[in-house]
Design a protein around this ligand. Structure first.
Ligand SMILES: [Mg+2]
Length: 144
C-alpha cells in the first residue's frame, strides 16, 4: 500500500505511533509518502529521523508552488514558527489531493479537513489528543 502522512498536527502530534506505522508499511513492501505543507528542509528531515519515521518519498506543497513560479499573495506562519510565502488558499488546498491522485496513494492521513473536498484518494481525518483538549468539559456535560 501507499500511505500518505501529513507532518504538522499528525506525525508531530504522535511521533511514536506514526514511526511504528511508517516502519511497518515499508517493512511489508509498501510506500510511505510524507506530504507536508511547509518547505522540506534538512531541519525537518532530521526531526523526522529523530522521531524514527521512515519514508520512501516526500512532497512539500510550498516547494511545489514556489518551483511552479506561481505568484505568492503575502506571508504565512506555520505552527513551528516558520514564516513563508503565502499562496491562494483555493489553490493551496487542492495540491495534496493532486499529488495523491497522481502518485496513486491508497490512503492519506491529515488534520486539515478542508483538503478532503478535493480528494479522490481515501482521506483519513486525524484529530490529535490536543484537539480533544480544546473541547470544553462543560459543553460535553450539557449533552449527557
Ligand atoms: Mg497538518
Amino acid at each position: 500500500m501507499k500511505l500518505g502522512l501529513d507532518i504538522h498536527g499528525v506525525i508531530d502530534s504522535n511521533p511514536e505511533s506514526f514511526a511504528f506505522m511508517s516502519q511497518s508499511v515499508i517493512t511489508n513492501g509498501g510506500e510511505v509518502h510524507i506530504i507536508t505543507g511547509g518547505s522540506w528542509t534538512t531541519e525537518l528531515e532530521n526531526q523526522l529521523k529523530d522521531y524514527g519515521i521512515k519514508w520512501t518519498s516526500h512532497f512539500s506543497v510550498y516547494d511545489y508552488l514556489v518551483n511552479s513560479g506561481i505568484d505568492s499573495i503575502g506571508t504565512i506562519q506555520f505552527p513551528d514558527g516558520t514564516i513563508q510565502k503565502k499562496f491562494d488558499y483555493d489553490l493551496w488546498d487542492t495540491i495534496k489531493a493532486g499529488y495523491c491522485k497522481s502518485n496513486k496513494i491508497d490512503l492519506h492521513i491529515d488534520d486539515t479537513e478542508v483538503y478532503s473536498k478535493y480528494f479522490t484518494t481515501p482521506f483519513l481525518l486525524y484529530k490529535s489528543s490536543d484537539d480533544f483538549e480544546k473541547i470544553s468539559h462543560t459543553d460535553i456535560r450539557k449533552h449527557m
